[in-house]
Design a protein around this ligand. Structure first.
Ligand SMILES: Cc1ncc(COP(=O)(O)O)c(C=O)c1O
Length: 355
């Protein structure tokens, strides 16, 4: 891998509240793919605009996949990556779905580590903050033909981030969309590809006008079964001790936080299950007090408690719109492992030693 010298690097400056995805580090990683050479020309270079032909396939048929993971500052000053192998496996599954070439997971993890090590001073030391890592693969092939691509760019950039929600670890309000859907079984919902998000932002804007912060998506066929919330998987707590989450239906992203909670839950004294969750039954259970908590889970927010749902003009409040004990317990346990404040019995973290 070539590491370009930096001309005029910006001084490392992470504000006390960096926001989410608003500032970037000095360097990024890039490499290219062609059928003749495979992945080649791996390079760490100055962060900046990408040269892109106006006819590049990504701009016309959305051949674009990405990942989202984080580096965390440990109490000893070194860094942790969290379940990075799962991100690599998902990236390759997304690649398969969009007819893109695979990337060797170990090589890719090495590239992320090399970039993060060079930029380690950008990993915040502030509580609740971390360095967001965004690997992306796009088709740069110049063609208007609608077919699989042959030329790709893989790049990785880094962004120091604070809590995903401006209000921090506080309950969010969620509108259940009965008109629009995010993904359909057999479509691309299981892949982390831009098309799945493009169709959601306008709906998110509409629900914001109704006073809600996030959208909960139902299945596209019957508009009846609960799927995901924003860029998170959704979980509910029954009677304070049983965690349930929708079964992976073919249109739900295989979240790594979701997978971790399902593994962690029983060790923390909860029972867990994956179920088809009927929206009307779920709302009835909230009204009757049988569902005691709801929360989204994902890399960005880790655990985001839901304070209320809106559905067809009616409101359903949960736990007096307060963060519940299970959400708090999972948030603390997961972040303690991620930041290296607690032992990691699962082998989830991978340490990066920095000077
Ligand atoms: C649609 C969607 N669902 C769920 C998740 C949560 O996945 P993870 O826990 O791997 O971040 C994400 C974020 O990546 C997402 O974009």
């Amino acid at each position: 891998m070539i590491i370009d010298p930096l001309e005029n690097p910006r001084a490392v400056a992470v504000p006390e509240n960096p926001g989410f995805g608003l500032i970037y580090t000095n360097r990024m990683f890039t490499q290219h793919f062609t059928p003749e050479c495979g992945w080649h020309d791996a390079r760490i270079q100055a962060f900046g605009p990408l040269p892109l032909h106006p006819v590049a396939q990504v701009l016309h048929i959305g051949l674009d996949i990405f990942e989202g993971t984080k580096a965390y500052r440990r109490p000893d000053g070194h860094l942790n990556l969290f379940r990075i192998d799962r991100n690599m496996a998902r990236l390759n599954r997304s690649a398969s779905r969009l007819g893109m070439p695979q990337i060797d997971p170990d090589t890719h993890i090495g590239q992320i580590e090399a970039l993060v090590r060079l930029e380690h001073e950008w990993v915040p030391r502030l509580p609740g903050c971390s360095l967001y890592i965004r690997p992306v693969i796009i088709s740069t092939e110049e063609t208007l033909e609608v077919r699989v691509g042959r030329k790709f760019l893989h790049y990785i950039f880094l962004s120091p981030v604070g809590p995903y929600f401006p209000m921090g670890f506080n309950p969010v309000s969620v509108y259940i969309s009965h008109e629009y859907v995010r993904a359909v079984r057999g479509g691309t919902g299981e892949a982390k590809t831009t098309a799945n998000y493009a169709g959601t932002v306008h709906v998110a804007e509409q629900v914001r006008h109704l006073g809600y912060e996030q959208v909960l998506w139902l299945d596209a066929i019957e508009r009846r079964y609960v799927e995901e919330v924003g860029a998170m998987n959704i979980m509910f707590v029954r009677d304070g001790k049983h965690i349930i989450t929708p079964t992976l239906s073919g249109s739900i992203l295989h979240g790594i936080t979701r997978e971790s909670v399902l593994q962690l839950g029983p060790d923390l004294g909860y029972t867990v299950s994956e179920e088809k969750i009927d929206v009307d039954e779920m709302l009835d259970d909230i009204e009757k007090g049988r569902i005691t908590e709801a929360f989204g889970v994902g890399t960005a927010a880790v655990v985001a408690p839901v304070g209320k749902f809106g559905y067809k003009g009616k409101e359903y409040r949960i736990n007096d719109e307060q963060t519940g004990p299970v959400a708090q317990h999972l948030f603390t346990t997961l972040t303690d492992i991620q930041f290296g404040r607690a032992p990691d019995p699962y082998g989830w973290v991978r340490q990066i030693k920095v000077d």
